[in-house]
Structure formats: structure tokens, C-alpha cells
Design a protein around this ligand. Structure first.
Ligand SMILES: *[C@@H]1O[C@H](CO)[C@@H](O)[C@H](O)[C@H]1NC(C)=O
Length: 516
């Protein structure tokens, strides 16, 4: 299978049967790797491991092909012909693959380090130096990326910097032997900091902690070349080192935490009459409208984290039959006792059914659906569930004060809110709710965490406004913040993931891990 977006790995694993040889071959393009060959068995147990990047917000399809080699000698032609006949027929079951995956452990470690320096060069005309350090990790291509800057210690040649904590991933990309470069500067008010010198180390060296190995000479190469008697520009000493493992989003998912995905759709009159092609709710038999596209793009990624794939779906801002009362939280399938829809297709079906039965009305109130999900989230605060509410709207919000209040309250609960704005409206209010720049507050209370992500759907359409450029990119942008929001909740409440159940091992097989 191929994936939209740039991070596409298609894996071909061809396992074959030529007389009594069995092996696998990963070939064709864009391939990711090939397993080793295992002779003479119908139950091969591959041990080679592959490292893949994992992105919560993307659908990362992998394809495994088992096939056979055609590298044969002429006198084996008959065997090849016979084995071709025995090839798998598409759609016909010819065995099962058991895949095991685990997260690389060094992706979750954070190191805490403290340094001091001695006898650094004096750079300031008046007074001493104002030293600070800049840490760089090296990249595979030999370039360097800045990963940490210490604070400035004023007017000293023997500074002691505060301890700092940094993900091991940021320091060395999980590669313990990769070069880490450290530059020492004298801070200047006007930004033209003076270079004192530099040194290199690695995570493996730093991890030895305070010892004679972790005292580094700070060298200024230019100065060294000019002055014969140059020794160094001072030394930097590691005072302490410790490393701590942090839980990741996948630890919780493996421990059984479920994502409860709820959808809320805007049924206000400003969307336009669904029977007209100008309407955002236009029921086009040949093409999904913006609401359906946004729902599908986001829902198809999130549903993989929900084991029963039964999703509650709500509508707001419509007049309901039979009495014509206005509702701001009605079930799309018309069943308040059981608002669940079966999969994304089920939601789309219920959405179309609602469009045919309710009357688009107003105003556009968000607070009732936010409070609806918050009520459920308040009942499960043990980390077994995390709630994601997707609101799709044309954006002219009428209850801003109540919505802010609902969001500030929701920030204390295991929930996140995704807002997709469709149509051409001004989305200033949505940007404000998003809180990326200014954390939202209500009646003087600041939200405990950022739980809202907003994206305007039109950013993903082509110039004619008819075609979505990339559903995958839309999903990526709205979902990217969810794992961090999720972790921020679990951390703030001191919730640890449950231990993962033991991996499935088919009868008669030894277990191997494949790392992802
Ligand atoms: C998920 O949340 C909705 C509210 O948005 C609620 O109706 C439903 O019961 C929840 N599902 C589970 C399994 O708790």
C-alpha cells in the first residue's frame, strides 16, 4: 500500500517455495528492508529487526509480501514452473504473519546534567567573563543541530551552571556514541557573544557521571594556532549526571488506555440549505462535502486507538422533529440512549440521516457538546480512557464565554478538543480558543493545559475550493498535538500506564521482538 505524504515505507517481503527452499526477499520500490532467508520450513521465524519512525497522527501503512526467488538453474525450470502454480492467489488465505513491535527504549529517557567550569579565558575588558554553554548534537550528515543553551552566569571565570534536563533523543538521537559538541561563550549585551572555546563528548562518556573522564579542556583552535604556549581556555567539569525514563503515549495505549472519540457536527442555518450546491452540507451523491471529508480524514486515524469502533456522534444548532425544539446536543442517529455509530461509515450514515430529518437553525453553541463530553470524562479519571471531541463547524460561534468556561473546566479532565472550521468565515474566535499563543482563561481562571487544536479546512483545499489536496495532511495537523496533550494529563495526575499484556506468540514458536 502507498501512503500520501512523504514518510512512505512500503515493505515487500517475498517468501518463496522453490523445491524445498524457503526464504524471504524484500524487493521492489519503495522497499524498506528484507528479512533473512530461512531454509526448509513452512513456519519461518524471522529475527532481523527493523526500526521505523512512529507518528500518531499519520496512517502508516506497511505491506508485507511473501514470495519466491526466480534465481534458478535451467534444469530447475520445471520446479519453478510448479512453484509458480503454487503461488498465493490474491484474496486466498495462505498463512498468517505474527508481527511484534516495541518502542525503542532510549526514546523515552531524559538526562539531567550539571556542569561547572574553571579558569575560563577572561573576555571582558571591565570585569571577568559572563559564560554560557551551547550544546549541539551531530547529525548523520556531519552537520550540527543546537539542542541546549545554558543560562549565563555573570562576571566569573569559574561558573557553576544550574542542572538541566534534556531528552536523550534531543541530545544524541538515541545513538550513544554520536558526537556532542559543546561551545563556551562569553555573553555580550549586544548579542555579539565572544567565543571562548569548545570541546566534544558523547552520551556514552557523559553517562559515566562525575569522574576524571568528564573533565574537558575548552580549546580555542585559532588561539592555539597563534600561540605556541597555549594550553587551553579553561576546563569544563561534569558535576552530576542522572537519567530517568518517561512514559510515552504508546506505553499507555499498550497498557489498555482507550481513546473515546466523539464527533459533534454543526447544524446551524449559516451552513446553507443542504439541497443546494452552495451549502457546506450539500448532499452530493458523487462527492463528499467538507463535513464528511473532515470527519473521514480525522476519524480514520483515531479509530485505530478505539477497540470497539463504536463512536457517539452529536449534532448541534438544529430544530428537531416532531415538536421543532432547538437542540445543541442531539444524537445523529436519533437515539439518545444509544448514540453510538458503527465506525466512520456509521457516523456518515447517521449524519446524512440527520440532514434529511432536522431543520438547520441556530445559534452556534459549542458549550453544550464540550460539557457533554466533559461529563463522561469526569467519570473516568483513572487513565483508562482519554476523550477526543471533534467539532466540525462553519465557525460563527455564539456562546464564546460559555465555551471558554467549558474548555477551562475540560482542561482538568482527560480530554482534548479538535475544531475543524469549514467554509469561508473569519475564524478569529477559533484561533483564540486554540490557545497556542495565549492560554485561554475564563473569569480569571487560566486553563491548566492547552486542550484545543483548531484548523481551517480551506487550507487543505485546492484553488477551485473543490478538491482536498491532502486528507492525510489535514489529519496530521489536527492530531499532532494529541499525544502531548494526553501525556500532560497523565503526568499531571501521576497516572502510570498499566503493564502491557504479554505479546502474542503462536503455538510452537519462540518469541522475537521487532522494534519500531
Ligand atoms: C465515550 O464518550 C461519550 C460521550 O462523548 C459517551 O456517550 C460514551 O458512553 C463513552 N464511551 C465509553 C465506552 O465510555
Amino acid at each position: 500500500g502507498t501512503l500520501p505524504g512523504e514518510k512512505t515505507h512500503t515493505i515487500y517481503c517475498l517468501l518463496g517455495l522453490v523445491s524445498f527452499h524457503k526464504f524471504s526477499l524484500w524487493s521492489l520500490f519503495p522497499q524498506f528492508g528484507r528479512t533473512e532467508v530461512i531454509d526448509n520450513t513452512l513456519n519461518p521465524d524471522f529475527v532481523r529487526k527493523y526500526i521505523l519512525d512512529y507518528f500518531f497522527e499519520e496512517k502508516q501503512n506497511l505491506r508485507f509480501d511473501f514470495g519466491q526467488s526466480l534465481q534458478v538453474f535451467p534444469w530447475e525450470a520445471l520446479n519453478v514452473f510448479l512453484s509458480l502454480l503454487h503461488r498465493g492467489i490474491p484474496g486466498k488465505k495462505c498463512g498468517t504473519i505474527v508481527l511484534s513491535a516495541e518502542e525503542l527504549s532510549n526514546c523515552r529517557d531524559s538526562a539531567t546534567l550539571q556542569f561547572c567550569a574553571n579558569k575560563l579565558d577572561k573576555k571582558d575588558f571591565f570585569g571577568k567573563s559572563d559564560p554560557f554553554m551551547v550544546f549541539y548534537r551531530s547529525n548523520e550528515d556531519g552537520t550540527f543541530t543546537i539542542c541546549h543553551k545554558t543560562e549565563v552566569v555573570k562576571n566569573t571565570l569559574n561558573p557553576v551552571w544550574q542542572p538541566f534536563t534534556i531528552p536523550v533523543r534531543a541530545l544524541c538521537n538515541g545513538d550513544y556514541d554520536r558526537t556532542i559538541k559543546v561551545e563556551v561563550y562569553d555573553w555580550d549585551r549586544d548579542g555579539s557573544h565572544d567565543f571562548i572555546g569548545d570541546f566534544t563528548t558523547s552520551y556514552r562518556e557523559l553517562a559515566r557521571g562525575q569522574s576524571q573522564f568528564n573533565v574537558y579542556e575548552v580549546i580555542n583552535t585559532k588561539k592555539k594556532m597563534k600561540k605556541k604556549k597555549y594550553v587551553n581556555s579553561g576546563t569544563v567539569t561534569l558535576l552530576s549526571f542522572s537519567v530517568e525514563s518517561e512514559f510515552t503515549f504508546l506505553d499507555y495505549i499498550k497498557g489498555g488506555t482507550q481513546i473515546n472519540f466523539t464527533v459533534a457536527i454543526d447544524f446551524t442555518a449559516s451552513n446553507g440549505n443542504p439541497s443546494q450546491s452552495t451549502s457546506l452540507h450539500y448532499m452530493n451523491p458523487y462527492q463528499l462535502n467538507a463535513y464528511a471529508m473532515a470527519l473521514k480524514a480525522v476519524g480514520e486515524i483515531i479509530q485505530d486507538y478505539d477497540s470497539d469502533k463504536m463512536f457517539p456522534a452529536l449534532g448541534f444548532g438544529a430544530k428537531l422533529p416532531p415538536d421543532g425544539r432547538v437542540s445543541h446536543e442531539f444524537p445523529l442517529n436519533g437515539n439518545m440512549e444509544n448514540p453510538y455509530c458503527n465506525g466512520i461509515e456509521g457516523i456518515l450514515e447517521a449524519y446524512h440521516q440527520s440532514l434529511r430529518t432536522v431543520q438547520l437553525y441556530g445559534p452556534t453553541n459549542f458549550a453544550p457538546v464540550v460539557n457533554h463530553v466533559a461529563r463522561y470524562a469526569a467519570a473516568v479519571q483513572d487513565g483508562s480512557q482519554y476523550f477526543v471531541l471533534l467539532i466540525i463547524t462553519d465557525g460563527v460561534i455564539s456562546d464564546m464565554a460559555q465555551t471558554k468556561e467549558a474548555i477551562v473546566n475540560g482542561a482538568k479532565l482527560p480530554m482534548s478538543i479538535i475544531i475543524v472550521g469549514v467554509g469561508q468565515a473569519e475564524f478569529d474566535a477559533m484561533v483564540e480558543l486554540d490557545g497556542d499563543d495565549i492560554r485561554i482563561s475564563s473569569r480569571g481562571k487560566l486553563a491548566e493545559r492547552d486542550i484545543v487544536q483548531f484548523v481551517p479546512f480551506r487550507d487543505y483545499m485546492d484553488r477551485t475550493g473543490n478538491h482536498v489536496l491532502s486528507m492525510a495532511r489535514l489529519a496530521k495537523d489536527v492530531l499532532a498535538e494529541i499525544p502531548d496533550q494526553f501525556i500532560s494529563y497523565m503526568k499531571s495526575r501521576g497516572i502510570k500506564p498499566n503493564p502491557a499484556p504479554p505479546p502474542y506468540t503462536p503455538p510452537g514458536h519462540m518469541h522475537h521482538h521487532t522494534q519500531i
